[in-house]
Design a protein around this ligand. Sequence first.
Ligand SMILES: Cc1cc2nc3c(=O)[nH]c(=O)nc-3n(C[C@H](O)[C@H](O)[C@H](O)COP(=O)(O)OP(=O)(O)OC[C@H]3O[C@@H](n4cnc5c(N)ncnc54)[C@H](O)[C@@H]3O)c2cc1C
Length: 311
Amino acid sequence: MKGGEKKNYDVIIVGGGPGGLTAGLYASRARLGTLLIESALFGGQMTTTELVENYPGFPEGVTGDELSRLMEEQAKKFGMETVTQEVVKVSLEGDAKVVQTYESTYRCEALIISTGTEYRKLGVPGEKEFAGKGVSYCATCDGAFFRDSQIVVVGGGDSALTEALFLTKFAKELTIIHRRDALRGTKIYQERALANPKIKFLWNSIVQEIKGDSMVRSIIVKNVKTGEINELKTEGAFLFVGLVPRTQFLKGVVQMDEGGYILTNEHCETSAKGIYAVGDCRKKLLRQIATAVGDGATAAFAAEKFLELKE
Ligand SMILES: Cc1cc2nc3c(=O)[nH]c(=O)nc-3n(C[C@H](O)[C@H](O)[C@H](O)COP(=O)(O)OP(=O)(O)OC[C@H]3O[C@@H](n4cnc5c(N)ncnc54)[C@H](O)[C@@H]3O)c2cc1C
């Protein structure tokens, strides 16, 4: 399709993580003309998760890659179309929703947003400069480059703990740097991290700078209680200090909270008629694969009912 050309669908889904893939499965199985637009990999954040232990149906756990592959295969089985493009703008033309990517423009009656979140940046000197040269936001992607290394993980939540535990497969020694004096992740991950002999903790500490030459060599850390500043030798810095929703392109189209999470009701309906939000990008209590999947099914069903009423 050429730049300005518009193609019509009943339903367009933006984002192909577990939420989007489930919405796609339900919508295409309901015989709705469905397009899923994904900017990177089908599976979303699951593709960067080594082992998923809490998704029902897999008592031994399942790798994120395998779960992604299975969900993609199942979603595509019922005729859902897909494109690999990034959505940059959504606008309304009467009842129709116009979805723009860099390459094309699409129209639909019902739009499901499932763009998830991305890692918050620390915003310290050296972070940008050493990204891919020792600074990483993905243990599954980059862990193997740090075999027998001394590395740090920054953060104290679930992502930091699961990624740190995974990284102990490669690293010689790993220090978790956390700004508080206690972890805030799920108990089972806390127990595993605290019991792991390769993991050390640096409490009440924040990173002020990442330093190096062609690669990361050290980080400057400040103790927030005492004000003491230290330079710590390290070969890698894995940063997991929270997530931000990928909803910038929807500003002014649907209501969001102050953090950019989309506000919905229990049917995943947003403030704009015919636009739904599912998974991690919406304001909700628990951001997990199981809840994203539930949202995807709900939104696709709600969209189907919405389209029926329009006829
Ligand atoms: C390290 C880590 C470990 C985790 N471990 C677990 C676990 O063990 N169990 C569990 O249940 N959950 C786990 N989670 C959480 C789980 O991965 C998420 O809750 C889930 O993936 C959310 O699904 P989603 O569909 O909402 O979004 P995502 O999986 O984030 O997918 C969103 C997709 O949208 C795409 N996208 C974004 N913007 C655009 C755009 N503008 N145009 C087109 N495409 C776009 C992205 O490329 C991405 O593929 C983990 C998360 C992390 C980070």
